[in-house]
Design a protein around this ligand. Structure first.
Ligand code: NDP
Length: 486
């Protein structure tokens, strides 16, 4: 059994309370991690505050920050396999998926390291001849990052890489279910040479996140998780007008037109909903299919779904692991019951896996779903696909946008005019054409509507971690009328 302390001010610190982290594949505890307190959050915020306000971090040049980020990227490359094994053990996702994520993470740090010394302000073409005006892009300050269990370090990196480039310091609260990779990562921050206090970790339950949100020493909360939690966080942060960026849930439509390549589309539908056992914010949980190809597409999807190999997330041949924890399994089962009661029918799956038991649920395709059913309106976060028919393009767009979410969508068609026309009408932060579940460090990611506030990744993300300051310089040295606006 591994045992960890908190990580505060560059050191592992013994915790006053602890909790066990379970391996969802076998249900066994495998690590003991701190269950932090408000007082421990206070210590961590004080360390991050000191590092930001008076520590060596604040005096570093952007080039020096960039160099540290490149060292960190090299260390992640070196340790990717070990860190991927840790995350797979903690959240039950396939080792090969977690390894792919860890091997990709260095790119985020290289990309934003390159941005650190290009964060420049403007000289403003002044309408006042006696003023020289310029702007500075300054680091926002102390960031409280609160992350979920599905992709702990990828989703933290979406926040940390631009935040470090800008010069912010961090206190991180990972999900209670998946604390270990963030605690391991903290040691690599020190090894890379980041000064004490730049990166702090307080693990624990939701109350640790709540303590961070209300803390007056925190300048911004960067959150990924459920929409309902995001609303609670936004309300809490409003008390101090703490900045927030929120990456929340989705009910993303995967729209297949009759002129699509149905083999390729079927493969994309499977990737969209059964990849990561459906536990991704961008899951393509609503399949909208044109009536004329409904049966043909369904046959392909059901055929492939029945072949999906469930099993040990560490094994190379496994395609789908367990759901990540018991509350998540309960939620999936409850939604299945609700869907059937509302009139949906099971085309395949629909039960716990009889061979594997535990937290394994069969990949499930539900047909005869209409967009007003709860299964089509609420995020399940599990391997359940709802199939909804549409008549024509206008009908597809209407159903796709008839949701309170707006994280992602996909369009499957071989007609280039239709592809772009529909993409432009979809109210979602990301639209894929003839693809699903692709992200890139260089491309903004975030949600419309109740899927979030702000953007992660790409050039847009750096704005979430900076404030713009305008500086007016008087050029004549002469006094002016003190009773008018300058
Ligand atoms: P939550 O949104 O509940 O949790 C995400 C993070 O927020 C966790 O670290 C959690 O701590 C913390 N948290 C919980 N309550 C508060 C609070 N009041 N103030 C501050 N922080 C808080 O997601 P869960 O992990 O519980 O998953 C539940 C559902 O969330 C899933 O079924 C899914 O629908 C959705 N989800 C969405 C994700 C996405 O990427 N959009 C990712 C993961 C989940 P703790 O772990 O202790 O609860």
């Amino acid at each position: 059994m591994r045992e960890y302390g908190l990580f505060i001010d560059g050191q592992e610190v013994p915790a006053s309370h602890s909790m066990k982290s379970l391996n969802p594949y076998n249900g066994q505890p495998w690590a003991i991690v701190p269950d932090g307190t408000e007082e421990e959050v206070d210590h961590a915020v004080a360390a991050a505050r000191r590092a930001f306000d008076t520590g060596p971090w604040g005096r570093m040049t952007a080039q020096q920050r960039g160099a540290l980020m490149r060292s960190l990227a090299d260390i992640i490359k070196r340790d990717a396999e070990e860190l991927a094994r840790i995350e797979s053990t903690d959240n039950g996702k396939l080792y090969r998926e977690m390894l792919g994520q860890w091997q990709y993470l260095p790119e985020y740090y290289y990309y934003y390291a390159g941005m650190a010394d290009k964060l420049q302000g403007d000289t403003v073409p002044s309408d006042r001849p006696n003023f020289f005006i310029y702007t500075r892009r300054e680091a926002l300050g102390v960031v409280g990052a609160i992350t979920p269990w599905n992709s702990p370090m990828l989703l933290l990196t979406f926040k940390l890489a631009p935040g470090l480039a800008a010069g912010c310091t961090f206190v991180v609260k990972p999900s209670e279910h998946t604390s270990v990779s963030t605690l391991e990562f903290a040691k690599r921050m020190t090894e890379a040479g980041f000064p004490d206090g730049v990166f702090n970790v307080v693990t624990g339950m939701g109350h640790v996140g709540a303590a961070l949100v209300k803390h007056p020493g925190v300048d911004k909360i960067a959150f990924t998780g459920a929409t309902e939690t995001g609303k609670v966080i936004a309300a809490g942060a409003a008390r101090n007008l703490t900045r927030v960026s929120l990456e929340l849930g989705g009910k993303s439509p995967n729209i297949v037109f009759e002129d699509a390549d149905l083999d390729v589309a079927a493969n994309g539908v499977i990737a969209g909903i059964f990849g990561a056992t459906g536990q991704t914010c961008m899951a393509g949980s609503r399949l909208l299919v044109q009536e004329s190809v409904h049966d043909e597409l369904l046959e392909r999807i059901v055929g492939r779904t029945r072949e999906i190999r469930l099993g040990d997330p560490m094994a190379a041949e496994t395609e789908m692991g367990p759901v990540a924890n018991q509350p998540q399994l309960d939620k999936v089962q409850e939604y299945l019951e609700v869907a059937l009661k509302d009139g949906a029918k099971v085309a395949c799956g629909g039960k716990l896996d009889p061979m594997l038991g535990g937290l394994f649920v069969q990949p499930t395709v539900l047909i005869d779903v209409t967009n007003d059913m709860r299964i089509a309106r609420e995020e399940v976060f599990g391997p359940i696909l709802s199939v909804i028919r549409f008549k024509d393009e206008a009908d597809a767009v209407r159903i796709a946008n008839d949701t309170r979410f707006g994280l992602a969508a996909a369009v499957w068609t071989q007609n280039v005019h239709r592809a772009h026309r529909v993409a432009h009408q979809l109210r979602a932060g990301t639209v894929w054409i003839n693809a699903y579940r692709v992200v890139s460090y260089a491309t903004p990611f975030g949600g419309y509507k109740e899927s979030g506030i702000g953007r992660e990744n790409g050039m847009d993300a750096i704005r979430e971690y900076t404030e713009t300051k305008s500086v007016y310089v008087e050029l004549t040295g002469q006094p002016r009328d003190p009773f008018t606006l300058g």
